[in-house]
Design a protein around this ligand. Structure first.
Ligand code: SAH
Ligand code: SF4
Ligand code: F3S
Length: 488
């Protein structure tokens, strides 16, 4: 059952319930009292601003925070000069952390001018003990710090901030959890598309990656909960969903009644009114024949597969603990291209992993040329404390990394352009997502293969599926025109 509590009916003189999500609705009701008092005092509701760093997982978490804030009466602010500011942080590479520290410096200035302002930090970076130490020492103006495992108890934590029985920074970080709390409110960023978590955490421990340490062990949501959530989203106007997990291909292994990701996709496909299904991310080692067949047969699964390579060298892959070889990866990618010819394959690649030689990079370039990625995200290796790779000797000199990175970028851009040019002149279905910022007579749509097309149009087309003629290819996007408008 979808839990819809009417906050005003909750008896705040009773003890808070111990079961979830009822407990959190109790605390939302309590926060609401405080919000009313704020309104009486200030003649307006309090405002909140959330800044999200990192991946889709964090973006979805921020929508959960926004759902709670809206339920208790906050209005959304569009800048950091709000009554309540939250940074939902990422720590996958060091530059993500540096950005957060930079923004925190600015916030300190705002808070001096408005001492009533509250600041909260959450997300992956908060799961690192060294970060908490630094915050305690140098950023003591922060009011609330929580992590990735207890984000569901945001309302309860907010209450402790308001009541402020405890002086100073409130810190609540859990090391791990097997808990999944369902049916808390969510406020979506887009009315027509939504992320849907299907699993949390990661068990892969790629040797460079901090995610398993900050997101905990892998746990899958019950398929019934996932289907019900999508059905509700569809009733609410959503036409495209993205199933989210660090490694969706290992979905369902730890359920009481195990099921595969491909089986889940078959169930999601049946949902009436749902038009498009995307998913992120697929680990190559777990991508099954069954999944390829489901994708091939599906009318709704988008023609896009994100298949992170990380490196094309078997030697580097072994030390990365990726558990596939160069040859296995290429064979898999080419097989997918053969089975589903119009699919776009995108990837992530890291340059400068410890011990990477020029010959290793050549292997990576070779894979890029063979697979012909439609797009690739390239990253410079970043040393993450606590991961096995951080302790590896022979970190690659900066100069070599830079040269290698530029070389890779060029090859990646060339293949992406070559791929995009293949579709010029075709008519493809696009989901119109937004009006262009600089020209309000142009809109942007996303094709099934995840490419973008700009076409003449207006705000009334947002959320609609439109057949678009891809007139000109500009490398990473197209300019086109609507061939017809489909009625939903
Ligand atoms: N679960 C997803 C990725 C999560 S992180 C997956 O396995 O694909 C997103 C990307 O960040 C990774 O694919 C990797 O390319 C990159 N990344 C992770 N750790 C990194 C590090 N220490 N340095 C540089 N890039 C990193
Ligand atoms: Fe990190 Fe590897 Fe897990 Fe992806 S699969 S989140 S890269 S450990
Ligand atoms: Fe960053 Fe956490 Fe995502 S570290 S990439 S926000 S899982």
């Amino acid at each position: 059952m979808y839990y819809e509590a009417d906050l005003d009916k909750i008896d705040l003189n009773s003890e808070p319930p111990s079961e979830e999500p009822a407990r959190q609705y109790y605390f939302m009701a309590k926060c609401k009292e405080w919000v009313r008092e704020f309104e009486r005092k200030n003649g307006r509701p309090p405002t909140a601003f959330t800044q999200t760093f990192g991946c889709q997982m964090n973006a979805r978490d921020s929508e959960k925070l926004a759902g709670i804030l809206k339920n208790i009466g906050y209005t959304e602010a569009d800048s950091e000069k709000a009554d309540f500011v939250i940074f939902n942080t990422c720590t996958v590479r060091d530059n993500a952390n540096q950005r957060v520290y930079g923004r925190l410096g600015e916030l300190n200035g705002y808070k001096r001018k408005n001492p009533e302002m509250k600041v909260a930090l959450c997300g992956c970076m908060m799961q690192e003990p060294a970060v908490i130490e630094k915050l305690r020492k140098s950023y003591s103006f922060v009011d609330l710090v929580f992590g990735t495992h207890n984000i569901f108890k945001f309302a309860e934590l907010l209450c402790t901030v308001y009541e402020k029985e405890q002086k100073g920074m409130i810190i609540d970080i859990w090391q791990d959890t097997d808990k999944i709390v369902e049916n808390l409110p969510v406020e979506r960023k887009y009315p027509f598309k939504s992320g849907v978590n299907i699993m949390f955490g990661c068990n892969n421990f790629c040797s460079y990656c901090i995610v398993p340490y900050v997101r905990g062990r892998e746990r899958s949501r019950e398929p019934g909960e996932i289907i019900r959530e999508i059905e509700r989203l569809v009733q609410d106007g959503v036409v495209e969903i993205m199933l989210l997990g660090q490694n969706v291909n290992s979905y369902g292994k730890n359920l009481d009644e195990p099921m595969t990701f491909a089986q889940l996709l078959r169930e999601v496909e049946k949902i009436e009114g749902l038009r498009r299904i995307r998913f992120m991310t697929s680990h190559p080692k777990d991508l099954s024949e069954e999944l390829i067949q489901v994708m091939k047969e599906s009318k709704k699964i988008c023609r896009h597969l994100h298949l992170p390579l990380q490196s094309g060298s078997t030697d580097v892959l072994t030390r990365m603990n990726r558990r596939y070889t160069k040859e296995q990866y290429v064979e898999l990618a080419l097989k997918i291209r053969k089975e589903i010819p119009d699919i776009a394959i995108t990837t992530d690649i890291i340059v400068g992993f410890p011990g990477e030689t020029e010959a290793d990079l050549e292997d990576t370039l070779d894979v890029v040329r063979k697979v012909k990625y439609d797009n690739a995200f390239t990253f410079i290796y970043s040393k993450r404390t606590g991961t096995p790779a951080a302790a590896m000797e022979n970190q690659v000199p900066e100069e070599q990394v830079k040269t290698g990175f530029d070389k890779l970028l060029k090859v990646v851009q060339d293949t992406a352009k070559e791929q995009a040019a293949k579709y010029q002149g075709q008519v493809m279905e696009a989901l119109i997502e937004e009006v262009n910022e600089n020209d309000n007579h142009m809109v942007t749509g996303r094709l099934s293969n995840n490419m973008l097309v700009h076409l003449p149009g207006d705000a009334s087309m947002i959320g609609k599926l439109v057949n678009v003629s891809l007139d000109q290819c500009h490398g990473f996007y197209y300019i086109g025109h609507a061939a017809d408008v489909q009625l939903l």
